[in-house]
Design a protein around this ligand. Structure first.
Ligand SMILES: *[C@@H]1O[C@H](CO)[C@@H](O)[C@H](O)[C@H]1NC(C)=O
Ligand SMILES: *[C@@H]1O[C@H](CO)[C@@H](O)[C@H](O)[C@H]1NC(C)=O
Ligand SMILES: *[C@@H]1O[C@H](CO)[C@@H](O)[C@H](O)[C@H]1NC(C)=O
Ligand SMILES: *[C@@H]1O[C@H](CO)[C@@H](O)[C@H](O)[C@H]1NC(C)=O
Ligand SMILES: *[C@@H]1O[C@H](CO)[C@@H](O)[C@H](O)[C@H]1NC(C)=O
Ligand SMILES: *[C@@H]1O[C@H](CO)[C@@H](O)[C@H](O)[C@H]1NC(C)=O
Ligand SMILES: *[C@@H]1O[C@H](CO)[C@@H](O)[C@H](O)[C@H]1NC(C)=O
Length: 566
């Protein structure tokens, strides 16, 4: 082998010195002094690796000196291009079994400086401005593994003949005609990125201008019938002195494009045969598995990540669905505008935080909330009180909501306004206007001795009188001004709320009915508060405006006296 290399070098040196190289053979490129650039290297084994796997790189391996392609006298463009014949062995080691990144081109070009060219689909031979321009004088045979619609590619596994650009004069899917006896010259498909070594022959006849391109698996004798046969006059394409070599490039897929051996002849005959036994082995990855992974292997980790993301997303979504879940039925449509979304209420009360708790009443907890009136403007807000009422009976709730919303439509300055509601599975949320001073009983009873004076000042006699009048007017309105008589059923100090000016507003109307609905309708249960109930109510269980008036009387005593009835 060393003798062979020395001999080879000697031959080239001799040939170059005479400026008349017409033949060469590389059974591997060890010590061959190829001109390589960018990502291209020659491994110690002698493999010309054009692309080393780094994305968006290009690489070239070029015969070190230009060759004389024109028959003498060597004129510039326009002379007769000599017949030439070349053959090479390549292997494409793709990261994925079914995707690769562009491919390899054998080229004849007037220069070996490819700094102005682009990788990816430009194959390291052209750029966006010069592609297709006849001034390029580039002849190429491409082994293309990417379907590029821009350049009219037929598929992602083809062999094409290109002149000055990337749109092939002619192309065919990678295949060869099997000369084996019995096969009848059948066309056998090949996969360029299979990772198998393959051989290409390019033969040009300068007299007939016939160009043949033949492909076959390594060690299969050159098929008699070429894959491509095309008449093309290269005398206007190939300049008198031209460089020959290989160009290759990567896009966003990693693969290694390798040349294992190469020979060429300008001597009006076939390219010298390659000695397959001397060809280097294609590089193998350290994992021993080769570079080829199936796409499944590559996709599985991605799929797992995606699956985790989807599951997490679905979980969060489901959590939100559960968190903000509401109960909404058809019959509620008429209350549509009064219907609040649970999500809005949830955010208005900071998730029904204890810090927002205004009080715990007989029907449930009451929270203070701040609703954004316009989602876009954080300044337009409304303070509300949200009462969470738990319930079990669904039928009861329908009637109750209908009733409470009817009452909610009532607008009277002495009634606490019901703004709307929201319904969840076992919960009804009632949204009231917010009363800054809370309920009256707080002023009447929850006083410690130190603040006695302040409390008395806040609730002097004139204020108490006004509150009594407010409640009287509110109650009168309920009893007399609506289409149907509305019985409050639970008039008492704790159901009277005070606004910022200490005016009284009667609240909680209708709520007492909820207990009614929950119970068996035929055994109407007593509702109201012990101490405020008329004696006969205990017998008849029938609430009337008069029972409200009785309770109101107790309420007057309560407010004037300041003592809770028990
Ligand atoms: C490929 O070659 C380029 C240019 O020489 C270099 O920057 C890069 O690190 C190489 N990549 C590998 C994987 O060797
Ligand atoms: C390799 O080729 C280059 C370009 O032709 C030349 O300058 C250089 O001397 C050659 N080196 C060897 C060791 O032949
Ligand atoms: C394209 O390549 C040509 C040489 O073929 C060069 O003159 C030109 O500047 C390049 N254009 C770009 C945009 O790089
Ligand atoms: C081809 O390239 C030449 C020189 O670079 C330039 O003058 C000419 O305009 C180009 N032709 C086209 C069609 O781009
Ligand atoms: C060979 O490839 C061609 C085109 O790529 C396809 O139409 C044909 O079915 C293939 N034949 C076989 C035997 O796979
Ligand atoms: C091209 O192939 C055809 C068919 O095998 C053959 O007759 C012809 O001589 C070949 N031409 C060259 C230049 O190899
Ligand atoms: C090439 O060979 C053919 C026949 O084998 C012959 O007719 C032709 O003149 C030769 N051309 C050269 C330039 O030697």
């Amino acid at each position: 082998m060393p003798l062979f290399v020395i001999l080879l070098c000697f031959t080239f040196t001799l040939a170059r010195s005479t400026g008349d190289v017409t033949d060469f053979v590389f059974n591997g490129f060890a010590g061959a002094n190829l001109t390589v650039d960018d990502s291209a290297t020659v491994t110690p084994d002698g493999v010309l690796v054009l692309t080393n796997g780094t994305y968006l790189m290009k690489g070239h391996g070029v015969y070190p000196s230009p060759l004389h392609f024109h028959s003498p006298p060597p004129s510039a463009v326009g002379g007769t291009v000599l017949s030439f014949s070349t053959t090479f062995v390549f292997v494409i080691l793709s990261e994925y079994a079914d995707f690769s990144s562009y491919g390899i081109a054998f080229f004849v070009a007037p220069t070996n400086d490819f700094t102005a060219t682009l990788p990816s689909q430009y194959m390291g031979l052209f750029n966006t401005t010069d592609v297709g321009n006849a001034t390029n004088h580039i002849f190429a045979v491409e082994l293309d593994t990417v379907l590029d619609v821009e350049f009219g590619d037929i598929d992602s596994n083809h062999v094409g003949i290109n002149i000055d650009g990337l749109r092939s004069l002619t192309a065919a899917p990678a295949a060869y005609y099997d000369d084996d006896a019995g096969s009848g010259g059948e066309l056998r498909n090949m996969t360029l990125i299979s990772g198998e070594a393959m051989q290409v022959w390019v033969d040009y006849d300068g007299t007939t201008t016939e160009l043949n391109v033949t492909l076959a698996p390594l060690r299969v004798p050159k098929p008699k019938r070429p894959l491509l046969s095309h008449a093309v006059d290269l005398s206007n394409v190939i300049t008198a002195t031209s460089y020959v070599g290989f160009a290759s490039s990567l896009g966003s897929m990693s693969s290694r494009h390798c040349i294992l051996g190469w020979s060429l002849s300008l001597n009006n005959g076939s390219a010298p045969s390659l000695d397959y036994s001397k060809l280097p082995n294609p590089p193998v990855a350290a994992n021993g598995n080769g570079w080829s992974k199936t796409v499944v292997e590559a996709v599985v980790p991605i799929a797992i990540v995606v699956a985790i993301a989807v599951v997490t997303g679905a979980f969060v979504f489901a959590l939100r669905r559960v968190k903000y879940a509401e109960l909404r039925e058809e019959w509620e449509d008429e209350f549509g505008p009064r219907r609040f979304s649970y999500k809005d209420l949830y955010h208005a009360t900071d998730g029904f935080a204890d810090t927002h708790l205004l009080g715990v009443g007989g029907f449930g907890k009451v929270y203070k909330g701040v609703l954004l009136l316009l989602p876009s403007a954080s300044t337009a807000t409304l303070e509300v009180a949200v009462k969470k009422v738990s319930h079990d009976s669904r039928q009861g709730v329908r009637k109750f909501v209908a009733e409470i919303m009817t009452i909610g439509r009532l607008q009277h300055r002495d009634l606490v306004r019901l703004l709307g509601y929201c319904r969840r599975r076992d919960e009804l949320l009632l949204v009231y206007e917010y009363m800054p001073n809370g309920s009256l009983d707080r002023f009447l009873y929850d006083r410690d001795d130190r603040n006695l004076k302040a409390a008395d000042a806040a609730l002097d006699w004139s204020k108490r009188f006004r509150i009594i009048k407010d409640v009287a007017l509110g109650l009168y309105y309920l009893h007399n001004s609506c289409e149907q008589v509305i019985v409050h059923r639970d008039v008492k100090a704790s159901n009277v709320l005070l606004d910022d000016k200490m005016s009284g507003h009667l609240g909680e109307f209708g709520l007492a009915r909820l207990h009614d609905h929950d119970a068996n309708p035929r055994t109407t249960r007593l509702v109201g508060t012990i101490g405020y109930l008329t004696p006969e109510l205990a017998r008849t269980s029938k609430a009337t405006p008069l029972t409200d008036v009785f309770a109101f009387g107790v309420f007057i005593l309560e407010v004037t006296w300041g003592v809770r009835r028990r």
